[in-house]
Every structure is written in C-alpha cells, then in structure tokens.
Ligand binder design. Structure first.
Ligand code: SF4
Length: 495
C-alpha cells in the first residue's frame, strides 16, 4: 500500500472527495470513530446513531466492493491517524479538505495532503470571488449568480417561470384539512442495533424508531420518496407549521447531504428531471432548488469567508444561560415551544421555520448567549455541522454579528407563530396579548427586546417600521414589567 486515504464522517461518498482519486491496488481507506466526538458533549442519540451507523455501513459497503478498509476506534481522530501512520510509516496520508476549521487545522498540522472537497457546488475561490465584490452579503444576489453560473432553471439569461423566486406563493399557512402523507421510516439492522447499544449514557433524546436512514440505499429511498409524494406541494407549504405532521412536505434530505450519503449535484439533477416531467409547479421546484444551490452553498461559503473568530460574536451582548426548556419541553407551558422541543427530542429535527421563528426567536428575544445556543443547536439537530450552525446561529438566529449576514433580526411576537402554525389554539397564552397573565411570552418579549436594543435598532432603516410600532406602544412600562416576570418564569421553568 502506498497511500492512506482518510474519510471523515461527513464525507461518506464513494464517488466524491478523496474517493475520487482512490485506487484499489495502492490505497488503504481509513475511517475513525473518535471517542471525543461521541461522548465529549451531550449529543442527541439519533444524531450519534445516524453518524456512526452511516460510517459503519459505508465502511462495510467499501469492503464488500473490494477495498482495503480500516475502521478504527480511537480517542480522537488525530490519535487514530497517528496510529495508522505508525503502522504504515511509508504511506502518504490524504483526505478531502475537511468541512470545519478545527479538523482542517488538526489535519494540516499532521501534514495530511488535502484533495478537492467537492461536497459543495461552489469552491472557496468561487465564493470568495463573489463575496469580495459585494457591499452586503445578500443571499438572494448570491442565489441568482448561482442560477446563472450553474445554468439551473434558466431559459437563456432569464429564470424559468419568469421570476427568480416565488416566495409570495410559498408562504401559505397550514390549511384546515390537508393530507400531509406519512414520512418514510426505516428498519434497524444489525449495525444500527449494535450502535444503539453503544450510545453513551449522557446522550439526549429518543432513539426508539429509525427516522433517519443510515446507508446510501436508504438515503436514495428518502430522496425518491420526496420526489414522488411531496415535491409538488413542498413550495406552497414550506413555511407552514402544521400540528398534525412533523415533516409536512419537507424533503428530509439535509442529514444525507451533510454527511455525504447524497451529493448536492445529484439531488439537484433529480429535482430538475422530476420537474421536467411537467406536473410539479415551478414555485415548488424553485423553492427546493434555492435551498440547495442558494442557502446551503451560501452558508458554507460564508462560514469560510467570515473566518474562525466569527463564532465569538455577541454584538447584542446576550448573556443569559440556555433556558431549561431547551432540554426539557415540560419546563414550559408555551405550546409552540413545548411542541417543537418535543419534536427535536423525538427525532433531532424540525424544519427551518420552527427552528428560526420558535426556537431561535425565543433565544433571541430572551437574550440567551449566542454561543450557548450555538452549542445546543450543534448537539441536538441531526443535520447540524459546524459550517451550517455557526453562520445560521450567529448571523441569522441571534443577530450576534450586528447585521453582517442579515440586515435585521428575526424577532417576532406571537402573531407570526399564530398565523403560520396551529399551536396557539391549544395554548394557555393569547398571542394577541402583551400584558397580563395570559399574555403570549413571545409577544411580551418581542416589544421588550426592541426596547432593550432601541438605540441600536433605531439606526437600522430596515427596523423603521418596528421601531415606529414601539414608539406608539401605549403601555410599554407594563410590558416591561410583564417581561421581567416572563423571563424569571422561563428561567425557573414556570412559564
Ligand atoms: Fe406560542 Fe404564544 Fe401561540 Fe402560545 S400563544 S403557542 S406561546 S405563540
């Protein structure tokens, strides 16, 4: 053997990354199950099962295909690689450029040679070229440049359907009677069962059913299921939060895109093929394509462009500890929060609107430390990766970067949640009230948040309307009094 090819747990693809240069005659593939990765934090059980079992299935499939593979359990990734190097001192060590600053630095220090990371559609150089020419980092501008550059959903120089996005059609609330269909579930096999027995005691959440596939075949099954049963209605209801379906018409493909079992290029190609069959509205296809060639690429690009220190931003000076309800849904009577955290506890996933407008909104208006919230999001979501969560939490969710990524904070009172979800009917609070015992905590805290940061937000022209609303508020003193009670209640698990 001449080369050791290291495959990280988020690069599990036989046709991408370091596997693109692999040769059976000369190469030794190594995967490392790092103990630090497993027990270092209070990870969600589903997340650990998904990542570890996917890696073990991937290694098994490679062995069956005739590759020389070592699947090593080690204290850390670096220790595992040092062990391999000691065994095979004459071998060069290679991997695809890692997806996080930390792993990239550790492996660079070891002298590992990096090959192209093609798990994204946009190289670092291409993204840097775009970002360095921008006055503001507006995702929509990046997305349009991607559509043109990649020639996706284009009629020559014009967008298919005559518009770049169909947001206006894609913001429908959940309808009263609607068939959301059943999500696809999977069966545990021997590898899954084995991993389940090895999960650390401190892991969080449930792992009773298998929501997430752990092999390439299961990931492909999920993709097929989406295109067959959900793609057409994905767009109109992509922001809806129905109580009777945890998955609505979402694709549930992000975990597989983020651990390599699926490639962005093949998902986009399959979406276009399905769209061209003629019965999928352009609003659904465009909305889905935007998530992949727009948002996903933009977030990854910004992660690298903004650098390592970006994660430490805390420009709103938010210092509160993580609220107990984020680990215990029974620690709150807010129906929306209890329901969304229960979903996360159950399967490590909710779609982007509950993440942004319920969980992140709560962290934002209560002033939870962005870094504490970032840690929690990283630990409990099935599809969390450093590159996803750092820009999403620091920039989008908590506005901790002072508006570098998003020009205004995503703060909202109960009215938005009431409109887009079905939680408020069963809640003891009233989304329209901002004071009194029945007042919705979101509504109270929204105004309190604007007032706490009035000096900062008054300088932001995009907050003009909200700040005008604050000035017209007749009972701000009462709202602030109620906010103190609510914050105290949330900290002690009594709101
Ligand atoms: Fe959530 Fe407020 Fe609605 Fe209750 S009333 S479900 S707390 S938004």
């Amino acid at each position: 053997m001449k080369r050791i090819l290291f495959i990280a747990f988020d690069q599990l693809n036989a046709d991408a990354g370091v596997m693109k240069i692999a040769r059976k005659e000369t190469d030794h593939i190594v995967l490392i199950e790092s103990q630090r990765m497993i027990s270092g934090r209070q990870w969600h059980k589903q997340r650990l099962l998904f990542l570890i079992s996917s890696a073990r299935h991937f290694a098994k499939n490679l062995i069956e295909a005739g590759w020389t593979v070592t699947y090593l359990k080690s204290a850390t990734t670096v220790e595992g690689l040092l062990e391999m190097r000691q065994k095979y001192p004459e071998c060069e060590l290679l991997c695809a450029t890692p997806n996080s600053f930390r792993l990239k630095e550790s492996l660079a220090r070891l002298g590992v040679t990096f090959v192209e990371n093609d798990f994204f559609l946009t190289s670092t150089a291409t993204f840097t070229n775009w970002a360095s020419g921008q006055k503001t980092f507006t995702m929509e501008n990046f997305y349009r440049s991607q559509r043109k550059r990649l020639s996706i959903l284009m009629n020559g120089t014009e967008p298919v359907g005559g518009a770049w996005n169909f947001d206006a059609e894609n913001r429908l609330p959940p309808p009263k009677a609607h068939n959301w269909g059943e999500p696809l579930y999977f069966e545990f096999d021997d590898i899954d069962e084995q991993v389940r027995t090895e999960l650390p005691e401190n892991a969080w959440g449930n792992v009773d059913g298998k929501t997430w596939g752990t092999s390439r075949a299961e990931a492909l099954g999920q993709m097929q299921n989406f295109f067959e049963y959900h793609f057409g209605e994905f767009g109109p209801y992509e922001d809806a939060m129905p109580s009777e379906s945890w998955s609505a018409h979402h694709s549930l493909l992000s975990p597989y895109l983020n651990n390599g079992l699926l490639l962005a290029s093949e998902v986009v190609a399959a979406a276009i093929v399905r769209f061209e069959q003629g019965d999928i509205p352009v609003s659904s296809c465009e909305g889905f394509i935007r998530q992949i060639i727009g948002w996903r690429e933009y977030i990854n690009g910004m992660y690298w462009y903004l650098g390592q220190d970006y994660r430490e931003n805390n420009q709103l000076d938010a210092r509160r500890d993580l609220l107990p309800l984020f680990r215990d849904p029974n620690a709150t009577e807010m129906n929306c929060v209890r329901s969304v955290v229960s979903d996360v506890q159950e399967r490590g996933w909710t779609h982007h609107i509950p993440r942004l407008m319920v969980l992140s909104n709560l962290a934002l208006v209560t002033g939870v430390s962005p870094q504490a919230f970032l840690d929690w999001m990283r630990e409990v979501f099935i599809d969390a990766a450093d590159w996803v969560m750092v820009p999403n939490v620091i920039g989008m969710a908590t506005h901790a970067d002072g508006g570098l990524l998003m020009t205004k904070p995503y703060a909202a009172g109960g009215a938005y949640i009431s409109k887009m979800g079905q939680f408020c009917k069963g809640c003891k609070y009233d989304p329209k009230q901002r004071t009194g015992d029945d007042a919705c905590p979101f509504t109270t805290l929204y105004w309190d948040f604007l007032d706490r940061h009035a000096e900062t937000f008054s300088k932001n022209h995009r907050m003009f309307q909200q700040m005008g609303g604050l000035r017209r508020l007749s009972n701000l003193a009462e709202v602030k009094q109620r906010a103190v009670q609510v914050l105290h209640g949330l900290e002690s698990g009594q709101v």
